[in-house]
Design a protein around this ligand. Structure first.
Ligand code: ACO
Length: 304
């Protein structure tokens, strides 16, 4: 479709293959599938949930929130609060940050999901974006446990439209009226500019999250970085002084799945036994907005 090559994509980004949602799938259906798995692993019932928080940048529609659709699909009534967080690829880390603070005074459980169908907002003739992004979802249950704990979190943002989907939305120009698509109807990304931001954001995230968790770099047992580009993972590892075998990478198989990237990576690292009981796991992300965020989890048992 575009003037590119497998070699260019592998060398510049580390991506070899990606997953694209099937026509009958949606951001909500992927989110619900991930939610069901998380509930099963945590061994709790959907009715135990107090909040559902979905990080997404590609909702199936503008409103109602995808989180409310997940609530409905899980068969839940109105005993809980469900809402979306739009924070670029940092949506899941933002969700963890929010969930912990919501639950602190009251207890109970929150379901935090990252779900994105990037393939549906990409211009497949734009080689600067169409080779990089994929679709997926991941989920976690946050709640009282004697095993795992969140030991530090931060969130940050700054206005920068160099990665955006800036379809204007007003009474004269509704993106929902039939029209000929213009470039503004698709995701736009200034790759080199966002690369520079990402490298700085990764460094700043590691620094900030270690500060709030009162940890040194030597105490990092495992590092999960948003899978935007393999070279960015290497930069993060160098800054954190962590060898690459302690940094999870699945960008080769999924590309950049935005808000789903961190929870998918966390889940696979657990399944592969790379995250072990007692490990301090640093999770950081950066994304459109621009946003960046981080959480440190001390992991308990195999189910958390
Ligand atoms: N195939 C072949 N050539 C390409 C392609 C492509 N798909 N895309 C760009 N090029 C060309 C460029 O036109 C340029 O050509 P020129 O030198 O003749 O002008 C050349 O390749 C080099 O382009 P750069 O953009 O400088 O390449 P770079 O090494 O910066 O890699 C990339 C590009 C992979 C996009 C990189 O900048 C990157 O990873 N950026 C950050 C992406 C990211 O992490 N985004 C996620 C943010 S998270 C979110 O919220 C969605």
């Amino acid at each position: 479709m575009v003037d590119t090559s497998d070699q260019w994509i592998r060398e510049r980004s580390g991506i070899i293959e990606r997953r694209i949602a099937a026509p009958e799938e949606s951001v909500a259906s992927m989110a619900t599938a991930a939610a069901r798995q998380a509930l099963e692993v945590a061994g709790i019932q959907p009715t135990d949930l107090k909040y559902i928080i979905v990080g997404t940048n590609s909702p199936d529609y503008v409103f109602p929130a995808i989180a409310i659709r997940v609530q409905h699909d899980l068969g839940l009534d109105d005993h809980l609060g469900a809402f979306d967080v739009q924070a670029g690829c940092s949506g899941f880390n933002y969700g963890l940050y929010i969930a912990e603070r919501l639950l602190k005074p009251t207890g109970g459980y929150a379901l935090v999901i990252g779900s994105d169908a990037n393939s549906r907002m990409i211009d497949w003739t734009d080689r600067s974006t169409c080779v990089l992004f994929g679709d997926g979802a991941g989920a976690a249950i946050v709640g009282p446990t004697t095993q795992s704990r969140l030991i530090g979190s931060f969130i940050a943002s700054r206005y920068n439209p160099k990665l955006s989907l800036a379809t204007e939305f007003n009474h004269l120009n509704s993106p929902f009226l039939p029209s000929v698509a213009t470039p503004k109807n698709y995701m736009y990304m200034d790759g080199p500019e966002i690369y520079k931001f990402a490298v700085n954001a990764v460094r700043d995230s590691i620094k900030r999250v270690l500060e709030v968790a009162r940890m040194s770099r030597e105490e990092i047992d495992f590092l999960i970085i948003h899978q935007g580009n393999y070279r960015i993972l290497e930069t993060g590892a160098r800054f954190a002084k962590v060898p690459m075998d302690k940094v999870y990478a699945n960008i080769d198989r999924y590309g950049n799945t935005s808000a789903a990237s961190v929870p998918i990576a966390f889940h696979e690292a657990l399944q592969e036994g790379k995250i072990k009981p007692g490990h301090k796991v640093v999770m950081i992300s950066f994304g459109a907005g621009v946003t960046w965020a981080g959480n440190v989890v001390e992991w308990g048992t195999s189910s958390g």
